[in-house]
Write a new protein. Structure first.
Length: 194
C-alpha cells in the first residue's frame, strides 16, 4: 500500500470521527450546526413509525457507531487483502490465511447459501471478523511489520474492536464508557499505522 493511500484512508476516517463528534455536539446541546451533509429521513414510514419512539431514537443514536464499524471493518479487510495480494499474488488466500480463518469464513458463507438467502459476497474475505483479521495480520507479520508499529498492540486493538462490535452488531445500546473506549480504540488503531 502506498503512503498516499494510507494518508487518504486516515483522512477519511478522521473526517468520519469529526462528523461523529459534531453529531454528539448537536445532540448534547440540542442545536443544529446546519452542516451541508445531513442524512435525510428515508426510512420506510409504513413500518418504521410503528416502532416506539424510544427505540427509533436509540436506533438513530447507534447508527453513527454502526457507520464507524462498517467503514473500519471494510477498510481493514481491504488493507489486509491488498497487502497480502501485493506480496503473495493471487494465491494469498490459500497460502497465507490461517486454516481456521479460512474454514470459518467458508462455513459462514455456506450457512447463508444453505438458508437460501443471497450470499453477502463471493469473496470469503467478507466473511471474516475483527479477531480473524487480527490473526491474519499477526500470522503474516513479515508482510505487515512496515505498516503497524507493534504486533502485540495489533492483537490488543483488534481484540478490543471485536469486543466493542458486539452491542453494535446485536442491536443494544453502546454504554457511555464504551463510546469513549470505541473512540480511544479507533485512535489506537490509527496510531498503530504511524
Amino acid at each position: 500500500m502506498s503512503a498516499i493511500e494510507d494518508i487518504v484512508r486516515n483522512f477519511g476516517m478522521a473526517n468520519l470521527l469529526a462528523e461523529v463528534a459534531l453529531d454528539e455536539v448537536e445532540k448534547t446541546h440540542t442545536i443544529s450546526l446546519n452542516r451541508p451533509f445531513k442524512k435525510t429521513e428515508d426510512k420506510d414510514a409504513k413500518y418504521y413509525l410503528q416502532f416506539e419512539q424510544k427505540i427509533r431514537e436509540e436506533a438513530a443514536q447507534m447508527a453513527r457507531y454502526y457507520e464507524i464499524f462498517y467503514c473500519l471493518e471494510r477498510s481493514i479487510r481491504s488493507l489486509v487483502s491488498q497487502r497480502l495480494q501485493e506480496e503473495h499474488k493471487e494465491s494469498w488466500w490459500e497460502e497465507k490465511v490461517p486454516q481456521q480463518v479460512k474454514e470459518e469464513a467458508k462455513k459462514r458463507r455456506q450457512q447463508e447459501v444453505g438458508k437460501g438467502v443471497t450470499p453477502r459476497s463471493s469473496d470469503l474475505m467478507d466473511y471474516t471478523n475483527f479477531g480473524e483479521l487480527g490473526t491474519m495480520i499477526t500470522a503474516n507479520w513479515d508482510t505487515f511489520n512496515d505498516t503497524f508499529s507493534d504486533k502485540k498492540a495489533v492483537e490488543s486493538v483488534m481484540g478490543m474492536l471485536n469486543t466493542l462490535r458486539g452491542p453494535i452488531a446485536h442491536c443494544t445500546l453502546l454504554a457511555e464508557d464504551e463510546v469513549v473506549r470505541l473512540h480511544m480504540t479507533l485512535r489506537d488503531w490509527f496510531r498503530l499505522m504511524e
